[in-house]
Write a protein that binds this ligand. Structure first.
Ligand code: SAM
Length: 279
């Protein structure tokens, strides 16, 4: 694959391709940045990679060199002739033209043998959270998710309790993953150039030390706690046994006047487990 921006423009023009904003199409055109992302993510010959949104195939082409197999999901069928051209040498890549959010990934995975399953993707900001939620809810046993997203979206994933970005999503992600910033990526390496820089973030599956005994209940408790962000737990958790909640908070030198943004993952888990015991 030729990574020069001029060649990429020529290729897209040849196929009469127009970028679609609603699909968040900004294609990466810098080979060094791509290689760096793949090396830092640890993809190797034992890895099956799911790539969401291959675009014109810039990341896919390199992934095919490093990984055992690559399965891509691309929503935009206009990219099919382009991908057939750029990935013509890549026999270990399969492209499925479908909305990833509606796909049956587990069924597709049955056709593959692999030791590690990674997700690697350069994603439009609006789809990042639904994708991670789908991976969790569909019980797809992904060891690592490496995503390139707009900088402020990336920072939200890594928020600490007490910060304004901290919310129920941060708690869910923290429950399942160790989250790390991998690298910064300048907006100048994309075609078309977006307004903001990007960040690569990795989510590595936690070997869970802390476990909620009833995960569904735990997730509902967290969602309810953040229902009205400016309200206290006393207000948001009216339908729960507040005596139990208060008992747990006391252990952490807090009371019912605290807001969910100041509750850590550990506290939420303990609260959930204690509430379940008294149900
Ligand atoms: N991976 C390519 C790259 O880095 O150059 C393209 C990245 S571009 C930011 C995002 C890609 O995701 C586009 O090709 C877009 O069509 C695709 N996409 C958007 N929503 C999608 C969805 N729900 N399912 C599958 N692909 C999607």
């Amino acid at each position: 694959m030729n990574y020069s921006p001029i060649k990429m423009k020529e290729l897209l023009e040849k196929h009469d391709f127009n970028f679609k904003k609603n699909f968040g199409q900004n294609f990466i055109i810098d080979e060094n940045v791509i290689t760096n992302i793949i090396k830092k993510s640890g993809v190797d010959q034992d890895t099956l990679v799911l790539e969401i949104g291959p675009g014109a195939g810039s990341l896919t082409y390199k992934l095919s060199e490093y990984a055992k197999n690559v399965i891509c999901y691309e929503i935009d069928t206009k990219l099919q002739p382009i991908l057939e051209e750029t990935l013509s040498d890549c026999s270990n890549v399969k492209v499925i033209y479908q909305d990833f959010l509606k796909s049956n990934v587990l069924e597709t995975l049955k056709e593959y043998n692999y030791k590690k399953l990674y997700v690697v993707a350069n994603l439009p900001y609006y789809i990042t959270t639904p994708i991670i939620v789908k991976l969790i809810e569909d019980h797809i046993s992904v060891e690592k998710i490496v995503v390139m997203v707009q900088k402020e979206v990336g920072n939200r994933f890594k928020a600490n309790s007490g910060s304004k970005e901290y919310g129920s999503l941060t708690v869910f992600l923290d429950y399942y993953f160790d989250i790390k910033k991998v690298m910064d990526v300048s907006k100048n390496v994309f075609l078309p150039k977006p307004n903001v820089d990007s960040i690569v973030v990795s989510f590595t599956k936690k070997v869970q030390v802390l476990t909620a005994q009833n995960e569904e209940y735990f997730f509902q408790l967290v969602r309810d706690s953040f229902k009205q962000k400016r309200k206290t737990l006393r207000n948001n958790l009216k339908s729960y046994n507040l005596e139990v909640v208060e008992r747990v908070l006391k252990k952490y030198d807090q009371d019912l006047s605290v807001r969910a943004e100041n509750i850590t993952l550990e506290e939420f888990i303990e609260m959930s487990n204690e509430l379940c015991k008294e149900k």
